[in-house]
Design a protein around this ligand. Structure first.
Ligand code: CUA
Length: 188
């Protein structure tokens, strides 16, 4: 009987400790939610860029003739992309290796995913907002760019290509562009 009651005590003590531990974890998690909620409310991300999805194709940065890879005067490249159900414009991107590349992308309809295989580029494209990210591709190669956010019945067919070429080759392509266009893509 003595053994029984002491093992009962032990079990109760262990149970209480686990209960306290679980409670502590819950309190920490709730605390984190409250803290980050208040933190972001008081200090929103410093740079949120908005754009009007209904006029994307009419005027501004994301008109069709301005999409693709644009060589900048500082030697870097800016790539502008629009996602829509169920394709990207352009469908095939060309970027140089070893050069800083800035992507600027948005959606004209619903939320799409933007991911370039074998890189850490992974973002969401939301209508009304410009997603911006910078990268440098270290070597020439081919990558796929699938939409990874379910966006409707054609979602699985929504993907594009990214061709990384040597810098000199990219510059040659840029030089061959007609005077009224400064945008490189594989579909020109
Ligand atoms: Cu666009 Cu899935």
């Amino acid at each position: 009987m003595a053994i029984n009651s002491s093992s009962h005590d032990v079990a109760e003590r262990v149970e209480r400790r686990w209960a306290i531990l679980v409670l502590a974890i819950v309190v920490v998690l709730v605390g984190m939610v409250v803290y980050t909620g208040l933190h972001w409310a008081m200090m929103p991300p410093s740079r949120v860029e908005t754009v009007r999805p209904e006029t994307l194709h009419v005027s501004g940065e994301f008109i069709e003739s301005n999409l693709g890879s644009a060589p900048e005067t500082d030697g870097s490249v800016t790539v502008r992309i629009v996602a829509q159900q169920y394709s990207f414009t352009p469908q095939c991107l060309v970027v140089p290796a070893g050069v800083p590349v800035t992507f600027r992308a948005t959606s004209s309809d619903v939320v799409h995913g933007f991911l370039i295989t074998d890189t850490n580029i992974n973002s969401m494209l939301e209508p009304g907002y410009v997603s911006t990210f910078k990268t440098t591709f270290d070597k020439p190669g081919e990558h796929l760019m699938p939409c990874h956010e379910y966006c409707g019945t054609g979602h699985q067919n929504m993907w594009a290509h990214v061709k990384v070429v040597e810098r000199a080759e990219f510059m040659q392509m840029a030089d061959k562009l007609p005077a009224n266009s400064r945008r490189v893509s594989c579909v020109q």
